[in-house]
Design a protein around this ligand. Structure first.
Ligand code: NDP
Ligand code: 2IT
Length: 449
């Protein structure tokens, strides 16, 4: 990707110089800036307002020590982060990721993407993200609790229901949110909607567990309907990952009449030509916290391959990367295209490398970028915030219906923007433009802050 607009090029080069070791962050910024060149050409006043210099610089970046004691009595120290990227359209909002690969670059790329994603939902949420290089795998529940409490001992002073509202992401689910919430309540003596993804017994929203995966399939249905005049029914689908997003994407795809033939984790992938049995996957991953490989012990006709990246060599109609960033590279994209894929939509954040995304766009394969396609999760979080403010709970069907509407709107605004900017069907460009315009408008109204 080469920037032609001199203003944007200057902004990017300046950022590259200051953040030369933050490759994921630079990758996310370059993609967005490339999509916005035509917007800047049409609106030269954006340069005077310094919109892009401000957009790429977080409002606040917090890094902190997280000491905790393991079950053998040893003191361990991890690094905690929270980036409060942009609050032009609402309180900072975004998940927490606990994974050994977490660093400043990963947190900043995720926080930057979240600005546009949250804007696309149409709800009042700014962009933020956080996490730690802590690895929850193999830890006892008590170790997880002690870690979460220590993490919150610092984070609590920076967050609040009207300031910054964290949620889950990789390695952070209902168990971790519960411990984090408990500690926040203890420290502040307040019971507020400061976190989303909470358990149903203390203010969580029905449908939050399903929201990202189901929302992804609602988005895919719009893509297939408008861009390919077809639907998920009867399609073979490959889903990478086997966590929260992957499981519920696979469940909704199956409900829409598709057959999910492969899923993965970081140790490898399973292939089941008869369609993955989701009850078994849920039992292995959600109840036992096991590995995807355990599936083949139960289903003898299924196969396991220990190279998780090779999942993309499996011929399929629809590919849904739902694991992690840059898991789908150019070779994988070429294999999918060669095997006749008709739609790719990102459940994970930035799972396709820049080269892979370009390959899909060039081949005119409908490609749904994460910041649009996976926005169902944070949209449901936005609804959880509203329910908490009202001290009220909508039922499952009500939340589901709202998320369906929001996902359809996100597809439509992205598609319309792609037409308006002469690149019909380019949902990367369209979603970036649509997400940006609202944030930009709000920033201009609020002056230089
Ligand atoms: P989970 O922790 O529930 O699951 C993560 C899955 O991805 C696991 O199967 C995990 O395998 C795999 N994975 C994680 N890191 C790697 C890696 N470095 N290499 C290979 N596989 C990996 O997380 P979620 O399902 O919540 O998140 C998945 C993706 O979706 C992330 O990109 C996240 O940012 C994004 N997302 C999540 C939302 C949510 O609401 N939860 C909302 C929108 C986007 P293993 O167990 O082996 O680590
Ligand atoms: O990437 C994401 O959108 C999430 N992990 C969900 C964030 C949220 O605040 O629900």
């Amino acid at each position: 990707m080469v920037l032609k607009n001199t203003y944007l090029k200057g902004v990017y080069e300046g950022l590259e110089e200051r953040n030369s070791n933050e490759k994921e962050f630079l990758q996310a910024v370059l993609e967005v800036l490339s999509s916005l060149e035509a917007v800047v050409e049409k609106n030269p006043q954006l340069e005077n307002a310094g919109i892009f210099e401000r957009l790429v610089e977080p409002e606040r970046f917090i890094q902190f020590r997280v000491p905790w004691v393991d079950d053998t009595g040893h003191v361990r120290v991890n690094r905690g982060f929270r980036v409060e990227f942009n609050s032009a359209v609402g309180p900072f909002k975004g998940g927490l990721r606990f994974h050994p690969t977490v660093n400043a670059s990963v947190i900043k790329f995720l926080g930057f993407e979240q600005i546009f994603k949250n804007s696309l939902t149409g709800l009042a949420m700014g962009g933020g993200k956080g996490g730690s290089d802590f690895d929850p795998k193999g830890k006892s529940d008590l170790e997880i609790m002690r870690f979460c409490q220590s993490f919150m001992n610092e984070l609590y002073r920076h967050i609040g229901e009207n300031t910054d509202v964290p949620a889950g992401d990789i390695g952070v689910g209902a168990r971790e949110i519960g411990f984090l919430f408990g500690q926040y309540k203890k420290l502040t003596n307040t019971f507020t909607g400061v976190l989303t993804g909470k358990g149903l017994s203390y203010g969580g929203s029905l449908f939050r567990t399903q929201a990202t995966g189901y929302g992804l399939c609602y988005y895919v249905e719009s893509m297939l309907q408008v861009l390919k005049q077809t639907s998920l029914e009867g399609k073979n689908v490959v889903v990478s990952g086997s966590g929260n997003v992957a499981i519920y994407a696979a469940e909704k795809a199956t409900q829409f009449g598709a057959k999910v033939i492969a899923m993965s984790d970081s140790n490898g992938y399973i292939y089941d030509k008869d369609g993955i049995k989701l009850d078994l996957i849920k039992e292995i991953k959600e109840e036992k916290r096991g590995r995807v490989k355990d599936y083949v012990d139960e289903v003898k006709t299924a196969k396991f391959n220990n190279k998780f990246k090779e999942i993309w060599n499996i011929p399929c109609d629809v590919a849904l990367p739902c694991a992690t960033q840059n898991e789908l590279d150019l070779d994988a994209a070429k294999a999918l295209i060669k095997n006749g894929v008709i739609c790719v939509a990102e459940g994970a954040n930035m799972p396709s490398t820049a080269e892979a995304a370009d390959a899909f766009l060039e081949a005119k394969i409908p490609f749904g970028p994460g910041k649009a396609a996976n926005a169902g999760g944070v949209a449901c979080s936005g609804l959880e915030m509203s329910q908490n403010s009202m001290r009220y709970n909508w039922n499952f069907q009500e939340v589901d219906a709202r998320i369906q509407g929001i996902m359809q709107d996100i597809f439509n605004v992205g598609y319309e923007a792609s037409k308006m900017y002469g690149r019909e069907g380019d949902l990367v460009l369209g979603s970036n433009v649509a997400g940006f315009l609202k944030v930009c408008d709000a920033m201009i109204y609020q002056g230089i802050v």
